[in-house]
Design a protein around this ligand. Structure first.
Ligand code: ADP
Ligand code: MG
Length: 231
């Protein structure tokens, strides 16, 4: 099992308010699955994805990644797993404005002791995959929203992650661009990656191998999965 989550809980606290973002959230994902995640705004989808991507910690419950208990790892160990195995496409790009396209794409590879020549080659391949080879020296502000999102995808895939997490990757795109971006993600799945994609788009959500719904910080399996389990 690639990912095993059991009874995960996470609350955000300020002086006066406590918000339960995840509440007894459980889910297992096998290698090679393409899981789509839907659910209303504020349900906990981003929190779930950030915790799986080891960008955030949790309060209680268990998260096993490749059989390893993540809560037993220190920051360095978590970063090492994240850098080697996980690609993350954030809601709203997260590109660095002062870096050009190829610098944005190579940035995560720098944290891996990868020689400069290999970094450059990987980044060029990733940019070719997303159709942006000719934009390598542009800055994010010189690109359209769709192009920026494709740079964010190139950055996530340049490291050839086994596990790709995407938080509403088509959220800010027109339908044609959204289709292209989703097709890219489907291609990565065909090439062997395990994928979790959060999306508002019900039609896109149906294109995964499995759809889950997040409601009030809990994970509810989609109707399709229930049918499959029943048969
Ligand atoms: P979704 O991605 O499904 O819209 P989120 O995971 O972003 O939901 O948020 C779940 C809940 O946690 C929401 O009520 C949200 O307001 C709250 N929340 C998320 N991030 C923070 C934060 N950094 N500080 C305080 N509350 C937060
Ligand atoms: Mg969100």
């Amino acid at each position: 099992m690639m990912l095993e989550i059991k009874g995960l809980s996470k609350a955000y606290r300020t002086d006066t308010v406590e918000t339960k973002a995840l509440n007894d959230f459980s889910l297992s994902i096998e290698e090679g699955e393409f899981v789509t995640v839907t659910g209303p705004s504020g349900a906990g989808k981003s929190t779930f994805l950030n915790i799986v991507g080891m960008l955030e910690t949790f309060d209680s419950g268990q998260l096993l990644f490749d059989g390893v208990d993540v809560s037993g790892l220190n920051d360095n160990q978590r970063s090492a797993i994240r850098n080697e195995k996980i690609g993350f496409i954030f809601q709203g790009f997260n590109l660095l404005p002062e870096l050009n396209v190829i610098e944005n794409v190579t940035l995560p590879l720098r944290f891996r002791n990868m020689p400069a020549a290999e970094r450059k080659q990987r980044a060029e391949e990733a940019l070719a995959t997303v159709g942006l080879s000719k934009r390598a020296s542009h800055y994010p502000s010189q690109l359209s929203g769709g192009q920026q999102q494709r740079v964010a995808i190139a950055r996530a895939i340049a490291g050839k992650p086994r596990f790709l997490l995407a938080d509403e990757p088509t959220g800010n795109l027109d339908s044609e661009m959204a289709e292209q971006v989703f097709e890219l993600i489907e291609q990565l799945h065909k090439d062997g990656a395990t994928i979790i994609v959060v999306t508002h788009d019900k039609k896109l959500a149906q294109r995964g191998t499995r759809c889950i719904n997040v409601l009030d910080g809990r994970c509810i399996e989609g109707a399709e999965t229930e049918l499959r389990n029943a048969s």
